[in-house]
Design a binder for this molecule. Sequence first.
Ligand SMILES: [Zn+2]
Length: 356
Amino acid sequence: MLTLAIPSRTTGSKLLVWKQDPTVKGLKLQRPVYIHSAIEPGPKDSQIKIMNSEISPDENGDFVGYTNIEDINAVHTFAVARQLLTMYERILNRKLVWGWNTLGGNKPLRIYTNAGCDRAENPLFGSYDREGLIKLYWLEGADNQAIYACQSMDLVAHEVSHAIIDAIKPGWMQAGNREVSAIKESFCDISSMFLFLSQLDLVEFIIANTKGCLYDSNNLSMIAEQFSQIINFGKGIRNALNTKKMDEVDFDRSTYGSSLVLTGAIYNIMADHFMLQRNSRIKDDAYALYQTGQCISRLFTKAICHTNLETASFARIAKNMLYQARAYDDIIVFEIIRQNFIDRKILPAQDPSSTW
Ligand SMILES: [Zn+2]
């Protein structure tokens, strides 16, 4: 007879986060999320530490009920960083060792949520250094109100993703190759989208607001709406919904501009994949979109893992994604990926290595 060991209780904590950022209509309020792993006062755990905070959980082990904005920001930032790291650890099926610990040591990723506001000196919203320090800035908005970069899920996810790709590809840290830099920036923006699609309530929100059509501008395709409004960048610091092609960008002139080609390709692959596999008659559209996020995040991350520094390029990542789709024996996904990379001129139209 089989004896089932059914756990009798769960551990973990409830935390409050802003889904996206506090200006996004319909998502203004903080929502509770559940983090299954142990969180220490700070908040911190063995991999992530909020530096400018020392708060403790309540008697239930939850990080809720704070009234001070610095405390609220600390909880939100920790939660987003933790969710993102957990998402990649699930995809890779292993605990990530941070890049700065590969030669030994066990230093966590350290994050400052209120690292000053001097726009002349600081980058637009945050910075990451390879020793594992993330600084998220705040700016003065209308009526002298502080606008915190850390309140944006996209911006936190972007900076933490820099640490994640350095952990996945430690050899890429010092690379002077401009295309590798663009891959890294793209990875960080794409990560924000993957994190978005891994959250069931956000997936439902996007379906309700787009009626399931991802080809129009939406909260998923616009990265960091609140900050872009303040710095007059229009809708989102970067928009994944674009038609940029390889022959329209110059890696030497703009890393961010060039990264949009890859980001746009992955966004369109997700949109096409969702449109093809949704079937409202037999399953909820939100569930279909969640599955799209799971599928494409897996293929893209594995493609990055299999890309070597010596040959790293958008085209190599495209080919590695095709290879992954073939390994999963998924001809539909293969064809969606192939077509989108050809459209972006990342792959040539006639390429024997990109046929099924
Ligand atoms: Zn970046």
